[in-house]
Ligand binder design. Structure first.
Ligand code: THU
Length: 164
């Protein structure tokens, strides 16, 4: 038997003012993406802004449906949109934020497991890390260097012994 520890490193900022200009701008754009959220059921808006290597930025927001499981998270809306319209795009980073009128969000909202799984496959497919920035409006920011550090035991092909 072996006992193994995994460590992840990430950066914590008190506000977006402490970020570099590019990251701050990406956070602001994720906030802008909240305006297109369709979330009449949860009343919980989620927005993302994805920075591509080409310089282009793609926005996404959560899209719900009366048949609840048919809805989709903001991250997957944006990622699948990139996958279908720009299959060769390389993602540099993505900022994610959330907002609700129901309560005060006091810390960055982090992505659900399903979104992490999809983010992990994009990262693996492009063979370069995707930086993930979780942004709490008027509050803290967490910056994680790669999806792999968020989901070290994700369901990815290398764990199955398959070749890329
Ligand atoms: N949601 C996201 O957009 N991203 C996540 O990572 C977790 C949750 C959405 C789904 C649903 O529309 C609302 O937040 C409440 O769960």
């Amino acid at each position: 038997m072996k006992s193994i520890n995994l460590n992840i490193s990430f950066e914590q900022y008190n506000s977006i003012e402490e970020l570099n200009e590019k990251d701050r701008e990406l956070c602001k754009l994720s906030e802008q993406a909240l305006t297109s959220s369709y979330s009449p059921y949860s009343k919980f808006r989620v927005g993302t802004a994805i920075q591509l290597e080409s310089g282009e930025i793609i926005l996404g927001s959560n899209q719900e449906n009366l048949a609840y499981p048919s809805g989709l998270c903001a991250e997957r809306v944006a990622l699948f949109s990139i996958g279908s319209s720009k299959p060769d795009a390389v993602i540099k980073s993505m900022a994610i934020t959330a907002q609700t009128d129901a309560f005060e969000i006091v810390q960055p909202v982090t992505s659900c497991g399903g979104c992490l799984q999809v983010m992990a496959e994009f990262e693996r497919k492009q063979a370069s890390p995707i930086e993930v920035i979780f942004y709490c409006i008027d509050g803290e920011v967490l910056k994680v260097p790669s999806v792999k550090s968020l989901l070290p035991f994700g369901f990815v092909e290398d764990r199955l012994g398959a070749k890329a």
